[in-house]
Design a protein. Structure first.
Length: 226
């Protein structure tokens, strides 16, 4: 499933976060890349554990924790503390698959990456290129969203970031361990949840909604790892 979650942050909140991120020291992005992806990666990042990274990260996670679409789609168990990248001057990230297991620096915590997320902090008109291109069985999907919007996609998919040839592309990226490891099962639960919500809106108190909600929870009970 490839899903856009719009307006996670308002333009005012984006501007405030950008002010904070611009104050941080940015370093070569290869520090968080695995062996294979280090060869493909060319960008700048804020070091893990940097106070600004942690401050903004807490805002991102608390905001997403109250975002019904994010919760419904991701069914999160754990979220890796958000990281930040910046591409400019022709920088790009070649085709790769994200590492399966991420260690949270300085802790014994590990997160299995079921879903990858990119939260855009630059407006599309601020830069040329920089599209996140995700490959799946339906082909290539090019993603370039307004600032404050987030894209969620399976961490198992090949993806790359096209060269930024003008301006700068600033975003946050992180991984989610979902209660539902398999993308197909998670997508099915998401569709069922949306259908139940639509039914509740169009035919409030319809008794079928109770049955369908039962099916949703019984599937979740069978498949979930918490
Ligand atoms: Ni990646």
């Amino acid at each position: 499933m490839l899903l856009t979650i719009p307006e996670v942050f308002t333009p005012e909140q984006v501007a405030e976060i950008r002010r904070l991120l611009d104050q941080a020291e940015w370093v070569d992005g290869r520090v968080t890349a695995g062996h294979q992806s280090a060869q493909a990666k060319d960008n700048m990042q804020i070091p893990e554990g940097h106070p600004i990274a942690e401050k903004v990260g807490e805002r991102i996670l608390s905001t997403l924790g109250q975002n019904p679409l994010f919760i419904t789609a991701a069914l999160p168990v754990k979220v890796f503390p958000p990281l930040y990248n910046r591409y400019a001057g022709g920088q790009s990230f070649g085709t790769h698959v994200d590492n399966a297991i991420r260690h949270v620096k300085g802790t014994s915590h590990r997160v299995r990456s079921d879903l990858s997320a990119t939260l855009f902090f630059s407006q599309p008109e601020e830069y040329d290129g920089g599209e996140l291109v995700i490959e799946d069985t339906y082909g290539l999907h090019s993603v370039k969203l307004p600032a404050g919007h987030l894209v969620l996609y399976p961490s198992s998919s090949l993806h790359h970031v096209r060269p930024v040839t003008r301006g700068a592309r600033v975003s946050s990226f992180f991984w989610i361990q979902s209660m539902i490891r398999q993308d197909a099962q998670r997508s099915l639960l998401f569709d069922l949840d949306l259908a139940i919500q639509n039914l509740n809106q169009e035919r409030p108190d319809h008794k079928v909604a109770v049955q369908l909600t039962g099916v949703y929870h019984n599937l979740l009970r069978q498949w979930a790892e918490v």
